[in-house]
Write a protein that binds this ligand. Structure first.
Ligand code: URA
Length: 239
């Protein structure tokens, strides 16, 4: 805790003695406190300590209407308004369009961010797209095979039509998994088959799922999630 800059060593001891510290969900015991800062989730007063060699990893359920940028000269709403970290500055991994919602990962781990966004790693991204009209199977097959966009043919995608009770007769809900991250890719893919995307939500990136994180909220990734994320980009070190 002291190494992570939370408090002094003396205060740390007192907090442990007062039951304010948990390790992997269990109240820490003063007696035999053996912890592994790289793998254990350590919380003080219920708040996760950001200590992983100074690395911070967060996920946000982005709201539509927020720009994926770290600053905006026009003072518009930006994703940084929705997150906070105690001591470290973090950056979004890739970007979502202003009107796109859902999973956005943040970190100050530049090497991981680079690997996650580098085209060669083909990290999968899963989206829910509410589109205008009812694209037929032939059109969806074109998305599955790869479709010609102005910057080249897209990689094969997984495409699944979902039932959506809330959708009216002229709207469809489609789940797509893509393995690249071109600008406005999903919208351009649907536009190429003649369907406008009305609403877009990312629900997964590599091994990380949005789960039940409420819209507009963020949380720290667990150690296990960070491990999986690193593994997904072929990082053998996973440190
Ligand atoms: N594809 C899009 O069209 N927009 C996004 O924000 C993400 C993927």
């Amino acid at each position: 805790m002291a190494d992570a800059g939370v408090c002094s060593r003396r205060q740390a001891k007192r907090m442990v003695a007062n039951g304010k510290v948990t390790v992997n969900g269990k109240v820490a015991d003063v007696g035999g406190l053996h912890i592994d800062p790289k793998n254990d989730d350590i919380k003080v007063n219920g708040e996760l300590i950001e200590y992983d060699g100074g690395k911070v990893y967060l996920m946000l359920n982005k709201l539509p209407g927020y720009l994926t940028t770290t600053s905006d000269p026009y003072d518009r709403d930006i994703v940084m308004d929705l997150i906070s970290t105690k001591r470290k500055r973090v950056y979004p991994v890739g970007r979502l369009d202003m009107d796109t919602e859902g999973l956005l990962i943040f970190t100050n781990d530049g090497a991981l961010s680079y690997r996650l966004t580098h085209p060669k790693h083909h990290v999968n991204k899963v989206y829910l797209a509410w589109v205008k009209g009812k694209p037929d199977e032939k059109k969806l097959n074109n998305l599955r095979k790869g479709i010609k966009l102005k910057d080249g043919i897209t990689l094969p995608a997984q495409v699944e039509r979902l039932e959506d009770k809330k959708s009216d007769d002229n709207t469809s809900l489609i789940k797509l998994t893509i393995y690249e991250g071109r600008k406005r890719q999903i919208k351009r893919m649907f536009s190429a088959i003649g369907h406008k995307v009305l609403r877009l939500r990312r629900i997964q990136m590599g091994p990380i799922s949005l789960g039940k994180l409420p819209p507009g909220e963020f949380r720290h990734l667990t150690k296990q999630e960070v491990k999986l994320l690193k593994k997904s980009t072929g990082d053998k070190n996973e440190e």
